[in-house]
Design a protein around this ligand. Sequence first.
Ligand code: ME8
Length: 501
Amino acid sequence: MAVSFYVTTPIYYVNAAPHLGHAYTTIAADIIARHHRQRGEEVFFLTGTDEHGEPVADAAHAQGVEPQQLADRNSERFRALAPRLGASNDFFIRTTDPQHMAKVAEILTHVKDNGHVYLGTYEGWYCPKCADFKAENEVDDGARCPIHHIQLTREQEDNYFFALSSFQQALERLYEEQPEWVAPRSRYNEALSFIRSGLRDVPLTRHRLTWGVPVPWDEQHVFYVWFDALLNYVSALSYAREGEDLTGTFWPADCHLIAKDILRFHTIYWPALLLAAGLELPRRVFVHGYLLMEGEKMSKSLGNVLDPFAVIDRFGSDALRFYLMRDVSFGQDGSVSTAAFEQRYESELANEYGNLVARTVAMIGRYRGGTLSACELDTALAADFDGLPGRVCELIDRVELSLALDEIWQRVRRLNRYVEERAPWRLAKDPAAGPELDRVLATLAEGLRLISVLLHPYMPESTIKVLEVLGASEPSLAGESLRPGQIGRVGALEPLFPKGA
Ligand code: ME8
């Protein structure tokens, strides 16, 4: 039976349209999903939209529409974004799906039956834009939200509570026994120190809201949006494929990708909730950084948004995918800008990979009519290429997506240097150098095939074009598929990354 692999993005709020920050996580998850498919694993990649709760209800109210209408409209935009990014998600979940809502009610009733829920009164700060209850030490001076900078109100509400504090020891043990469970390490430390500072119980339901999943044992309440939302990762598996329940195959998830804004929900509430429900815990939460524009986190509510659709229209999704993984070290915050994008597009995509492809294909056509001779490869590159696929797999297993891309890119550069060192155009003029020219061209083509297979998760469209031109279109990493000698007749190709796009 094939190894299974399950990767998720957060489900995005539908209070506004998608922006580059959402595209970023979806692209990263897609790279991971495609990479694992290349390894021959059975992959499930989930994304979708989070549609209940105050952020959506308030935005709908402000626009004079019903929450469902706003949710339908914006969910569709997120659904449409995924294929535009080249994302190969296996399902798109909406928390307004009746199957999801039924599953939430079922699991949370189970949590209550297991003795982890009680009726109490919440009194404290609440940010309606974060849909988050904030402790005294989590609000800025003047009782402002540190993320949205809005003035917070003190809430007093009778709610059912989730007994989070009773999971203090279990969570400390989890962090001790599985130090890889939250990555990068700085985020692990942040979550652990939050746990060690002492967990408080949290509201499981909201009394005053109506836009949510109704609580089966008390219809005056809906479930707090975060519990509804987190459960998407489990509920989706039960109905994503008609007539099948994929839970046994894919749960627990292998990798939840999130940004640090929602760290606490995923690294503290989520494992506690799963323990309370008697479900297995996911294997890893990977927390990437923020894409910054003008030094501040891009966010719908701040309004400083760069439109991914516009970037894709002009340069294509591969260029956007590459740029985001290359310019911002995955796991850290980083600034993005049009100028930096154009610079990378020209210097790396057009001049390095694009040019390597163009000259390799052109030389095989010009000097050998598109056919490579069977010959030994040049050993000059062996030291640089041996073990590369294993190294890339190892880095992607650690969700080091930028480091893995850099490993590959060093080989793009190595191959371009190899062309200069061997100067095939000189060899072509010397009839005695025929076998040498054959070897140089075969070595180049094999190197190009290998890096194109490894680059495939990052730039699926362009690499497939390259692999097709090499007559070896299967981008597989499994078994013997990387063995040299499988290149067919080499065809012709339009420029991959035209300048002045
Ligand atoms: O938090 N840089 O939804 P959301 C990098 N519905 N990533 C960014 C980003 C930025 N500037 N802005 C957004 C929610 N993201 C909840 C999640 S999950 C059970 C519920 C990405 O629409 C990043 O992945 O606010 C971040 O965690 C997520 O979008 C927040 O999306």
